[in-house]
Design a protein around this ligand. Sequence first.
Ligand code: FAD
Length: 301
Amino acid sequence: MLYDCIIIGGGPAGLNAALVLGRSRRNVLIFDSNEPRNAVTNESHGYLTRDGITPSEFREIGYKEILKYPTVEHKSEKVTVVEKIGNHFLIVTENNTVKTRKVLISTGLKEILPDLKGLKDKYGKSLFYCPYCDGWELRDRPLIVISENPGVHHLAKLLYNWSKDLIVCTNGQQNIFSEEQEQQLSSKNIRVITKEIAALHGDNGQLEEVEFSDGNRINRTGGFIIPKWFNQLKFSENLGYDVNEHGAILTDNFGTSTVPGLFAAGEAATGTPTLLIISAASGSIAAARINLELTEEEFSL
Ligand SMILES: Cc1cc2nc3c(=O)[nH]c(=O)nc-3n(C[C@H](O)[C@H](O)[C@H](O)COP(=O)(O)OP(=O)(O)OC[C@H]3O[C@@H](n4cnc5c(N)ncnc54)[C@H](O)[C@@H]3O)c2cc1C
């Protein structure tokens, strides 16, 4: 069977694309390895009508909606190879090899957390990276804002609207702020600690204390960190698409890549973290463009 479109990655970008294409009566197969970036968190926020939903419930509802359409199939499989053969693509997983006219890559981003003892079990529970996602839940709490990255200054300024009780920790990095930046923070009583962190303490994912390398401890009940994000440049060797300045698949505003027939949506096309609703919207836009291309091909004389 020749599919109209194969979607690789079933996060909000891929799911919304499947919905739009399925409803356009296109035969769609969505492959998903079920490792979404937000799997560590208990609740997702900021998606109108779904504020506070768990990531797994969000997916369940998504799959239920798309699989109502007989035009949409889903397989929980990881795609390992994508190859372009003439005008079509060959998609390979452990169990399947299938052919398709168009491909949408919506495989998201991977993130690397800072190497801090005690962070892993608290990430997504009381330590986060995105104020718009989790700032409200941590409002008015004593917070720590940790990063060796000078961008921590900007993050602290943003967070001040959610909590006035902020301490910035540069985890051993000295002099990462300009004099003006230091003054800005101190004018709002935001302390900067440059000592290295020895451990983050607390049970059940809830931060209680931050311990520094000199043994001192401070009470903090939540906070924010800055991870590193990377794009896995999926299938780039075979496909040879261009990449943007963040290493993601370069696309136009409609998700069209530099390889004819290949599209990208969500964070696979930004290379920087966004939000569920933004990823879903970009999946919808790309799907409409894929349907348009398929239509034009069908009408070409
Ligand atoms: C801790 C945390 C909290 C967050 N909280 C919020 C929040 O409250 N609100 C909000 O709007 N956003 C939140 N986000 C951000 C949100 O998770 C992302 O913006 C969103 O998931 C990006 O969607 P996506 O479809 O691009 O990628 P993803 O949701 O990451 O989905 C990509 C999918 O592709 C699959 N995949 C990857 N490679 C392959 C392959 N080779 N074959 C098959 N499948 C593959 C993965 O398994 C995954 O299921 C949070 C993120 C984190 C880390």
